[in-house]
Design a protein around this ligand. Sequence first.
Ligand code: BTN
Length: 263
Amino acid sequence: MEKTGNSLSPASITDKLGTHFIGQRVIYYPSLTSTMEVARRAAQRGAAEGTVIITDEQTAGRGRVRRIWLSPRGNIALSIILYPNIDYLPSLIMLASLAVVYSIEAVTGLKLQLKWPNDVLINSRKVCGILIENSVRRGRVDYAIIGIGINVNLRLADFPEVSPVATSLGDELGREVSRLDLIRRLLVEVERLYLALPSGEFIYQQWRDRLVTLGRRVQVRWGKTVYQGIAESVARDGSLLLRRTDGSLTKIVAGDVTLRDYK
Ligand code: BTN
């Protein structure tokens, strides 16, 4: 069992992991700017598919839409390098979200919710953020990177700037959670779902069925634009289908959702 403040070693992650390629190569840094940055450079140099960049602490963790992602010690911050077929790019956010949900539920017993497009919540508070970055040229994917940040043993009381909207597994359970157990399970789930991508609809269906957003009255903010309506469904490409008050259906590709009638 990992002790508080322990560092993660690549060997402890890869040993008898049981995957074919995800997590078979792990590159660990005690501290980094952002695992996305290092993963991008590694992918550009042709790192093997499934290579994981992991760190104990990020000094410039990146969130969506250029936000800062708080990433102190005790949490999980990792990026996974993939070279998928272009058809599967929209599914990466779905498979990453599901892998996070399944692994946290398996390791902790906590019940999680997904909020479109990429928030993983416990009791309406964010416990994990997922960032997908990719490079596509002439219709081919150079690389895709899944970045996952999980609040594991963070004490939110020490971070009042995010404590109203965020939580951690440790705070929810009142005890420490093994990052190692969680990382290993996460990598197994990512590979299982990634390998299932060619076999059809089921990742999309499972993701859609876990979204607490659907059927809710929501506000979606994208830059200066704000949409209101009922989140009716999600399309196969991951976009949100919003039923507006005038009856029209708007397809929203990206944005921040606030659940208006969430209980
Ligand atoms: C979000 O919800 O805005 C996405 C947050 C993604 C954070 C992870 S932590 C590991 C990886 N490295 C980063 O700099 N960001 C992602």
